[in-house]
Design a protein around this ligand. Structure first.
Ligand code: ATP
Ligand code: MG
Ligand code: MG
Ligand code: MG
Length: 473
C-alpha cells in the first residue's frame, strides 16, 4: 500500500503500543549525555537504563527519534538511503521480552502492518548467533537462502570497549528478486537491497579483561528508518522522493529555476543535499543549537555552508535558506511539534548565518575569478588550464572554500584543479602547526571523530564505529 510517511510512523508506534509498549516522546537532538555530540540513534535516551545506571520506568517502550548522523554527510544525495537528519522508529525492551519476540514483532510489523511481500525480505544474523538464525528459519519460516550470516563489523553492537553488547540482526528489502538467490548475493549491494530495520540483542557484557559474560537483564534495542520504509512503500527510487522530503527538494528546485524530475543527476544531488541539510539545521536550531566554530554549533555551520554553496552553484541569488526551511517546518508537525513554535528563531539564525557566509563566499569568488583570469591570460595552446594547488589552498585557508567548491567553480570555466598540489599544501600546513591541524580536520571527512576527541566525547561511539567499518560508500 502507498502509505504516507505520517501513516507509517503511526502504524509502527500503534503496533508496538498494541504489544504493550509505552509510547514515549523523541528526545532532543542535543543529548542529555554530555559525552555525546548529537543524538544518533533511538536508544540514546535509554542508554542509562541499558547500562544499569537508572531503573526502568516501563518494561518496554516505542519511540520515533530525531537523529543526526554527520558520518553520513558524504553519502547524502549520493546513496539513495542516507540522510544527515532522519527519523528512527524503535521498539525497546528493558529486561522484558527478548530475541524471540523481537524477531516475531519485526516480521509481523513488516509483513502484516506494512504488508511487505514476505519473499522480498532478507535477513542478516551475526555469524555466531545460531539462536537468531534458528528463530528466523524455524520460528518465522524465512527460507535459509534468504538468511545471511554476517561478521562482527556490521552485526555486533557494543557501547564501548567494555559494557553491554550483543549480536544484531537486520532486515533488508529486495528491489530486484529476479536476480536470484545464492552464496554470492551481497546484502550490502545497494543496487538491489536496502537495510530498513536493525535489531540489537543486548545479551552480553564485556569485562575489562575482555571476557564476554551473559548480561543479567537482556535488552532489546531496535531502529527502523522512517524515510527508508517510506521509499519502499511509496515505490520511489530514493528517500528524497518520499512525501517526507520531496516538497523541500522541490522548493529548492523552484528557487533555482529548475524542475527536479527532469534535472540532470548532478543537479538532483545538489537539490537533495539542500533538502537534507536544510531539514537537519531546522531541527538542530529548533533544539537550541546555533552556528559556531566548535562542537554541535560547527555541525550546523558546516551543514548550512554546504546548503549555501550548493545553492549558489545552482544559481540561487539572495538569502534563500529561510524559504527552504519554511517547507521543512511545515512538514515537521508529526515528528516534532516544537519546531513550528520555534519558526521565528529558526528563520533569524538562518538569515544571519547565510548573510555572513555569503559575504565571505563572494570575496572568495572574486579571488578565484582573478586567478582564473590570470590562467586564461597565460594559456598555452592545446593544454587544458590547471589551477595551482597553492591557489586552491589559499581559497581554502582564507575563505573556507572546500576543495570541492573550488573544483566545481573552476570546472564551470573549463579549468581543472591540481588536487595533489592542494593536498601537498594541506599536509605542509598540518605539519606546521597542531592548532591548524585541528581546524583542517574539522573541515575534512574526519570531522566527527576529531570533534569527538577535542570534546572528549569518546565514550559512546558504538554506532559510529560500527559504521566506520561497515559502511557502504
Ligand atoms: P546503513 O548500513 O544503511 O548505513 P546503519 O547500519 O548504519 O545503516 P543503523 O545504525 O543500524 O544503520 O540504524 C538503524 C536504522 O536507521 C537503519 O536500519 C536505517 O533504517 C536507519 N538509518 C541509519 N542511518 C541512516 C541515515 N543516515 N539516513 C536514513 N536512515 C538511516
Ligand atoms: Mg548497516
Ligand atoms: Mg544497521
Ligand atoms: Mg550507516
Amino acid at each position: 500500500p502507498k502509505l504516507s510517511g505520517a501513516e507509517i510512523r503511526e502504524r509502527f508506534l500503534s503496533f508496538f503500543e498494541s504489544k504493550g509498549h509505552a509510547r514515549l516522546p523523541s528526545s532532543s537532538l542535543v543529548p542529555e549525555d554530555p559525552t555525546v555530540l548529537l543524538t544518533i540513534a533511538g536508544m540514546l535516551q535509554f542508554k542509562p537504563i541499558f547500562m544499569g545506571e537508572t531503573p526502568r520506568k516501563v518494561p518496554c517502550a516505542t519511540t520515533t527519534q530525531k537523529c543526526v548522523r554527520t558520518n553520513d554527510i558524504e553519502n547524502v544525495g549520493v546513496t539513495a538511503r542516507h540522510h544527515t537528519f532522519f527519523e528512527m522508529l524503535g521498539n525497546f525492551s528493558f529486561g522484558d521480552y527478548f530475541k524471540k519476540e523481537a524477531i516475531q514483532y519485526a516480521w509481523q510489523l513488516s509483513t502484516e502492518v506494512f504488508e511487505l511481500p514476505p519473499e522480498r525480505i532478507w535477513v542478516s544474523v551475526y555469524e555466531e548467533d545460531e539462536e537468531a538464525y534458528q528463530l528466523w528459519l524455524e520460528g518465522v519460516g524465512v527460507p535459509a537462502e534468504r538468511i545471511k550470516r554476517m561478521d562482527g563489523s556490521s552485526n555486533f553492537w557494543a557501547s564501548g570497549a567494555t559494557g553491554p553488547c550483543g549480536p544484531c540482526s537486520e532486515l533488508y528489502y529486495d528491489f530486484a528478486p529476479e536476480r536470484g538467490v545464492g552464496a554470492d548475493v551481497d546484502l550490502e549491494d545497494d543496487s538491489r537491497f536496502i537495510e530498513f530495520y536493525n535489531l540489537v540483542f543486548m545479551e552480553l557484557q564485556r569485562t575489562s579483561e575482555g571476557k564476554l559474560l551473559p548480561l543479567e537483564n537482556k535488552n532489546i534495542d531496535t531502529g527502523l528508518g522512517l524515510e527508508r520504509v517510506a521509499q519502499i512503500l511509496q515505490g520511489v527510487p530514493n528517500n528524497y522522493e518520499t512525501d517526507l522530503i520531496l516538497h523541500i527538494v522541490d522548493k529548492a528546485a523552484s528557487l533555482a529555476g529548475v524542475n527536479y524530475a527532469t534535472a540532470d543527476n548532478a543537479t538532483k544531488t545538489s537539490l537533495k543535499v539542500i533538502g537534507d541539510h536544510t531539514r537537519a539545521v531546522t531541527y538542530l536550531i529548533s533544539d537550541g543549537v546555533t552556528p559556531s566554530n566548535i562542537g554541535r554549533g560547527y555541525v550546523v555551520r558546516r551543514l548550512l555552508r554546504r546548503v549555501v554553496m550548493k545553492g549558489r552553484l545552482l544559481g540561487i541569488k539572495g538569502i534563500f535558506t529561510p524559504t527552504v526551511a519554511e517547507v521543512a517546518i511545515a512538514l515537521s508537525g508529526p515528528c516534532d511539534p516544537n519546531v513550528a513554535a520555534n519558526a521565528a528563531r529558526i528563520y533569524d539564525v538562518l538569515k544571519t548565518e547565510e548573510a555572513t557566509f555569503s559575504a565571505t563566499l563572494e570575496r572568495g569568488q572574486k579571488q578565484l575569478n582573478d586567478m582564473l583570469a590570470k590562467l586564461a591570460g597565460s594559456k598555452k595552446d592545446g593544454a587544458a588550464p590547471v589551477l595551482a594547488g597553492t591557489d586552491a589552498f589559499l581559497l581554502y585557508d582564507s575563505f573556507g572554500f572546500p576543495l570541492e567548491l573550488t573544483q566545481e567553480m573552476a570546472e564551470q570555466q573549463g579549468v581543472q584543479v591540481d588536487v595533489p598540489g592542494f593536498e601537498k599544501e594541506m599536509a605542509a600546513q598540518r605539519a606546521r602547526s597542531k592548532d591548524s591541524r585541528e581546524e583542517i580536520d574539522l573541515m575534512s571527512r574526519g570531522m566527527l571523530s576529531s570533534m569527538a576527541s577535542i570534546l572528549g566525547s569518546t565514550q559512546f561511539l558504538g554506532y559510529e564505529s560500527l559504521q566506520a567499518t561497515g559502511e557502504v560508500k
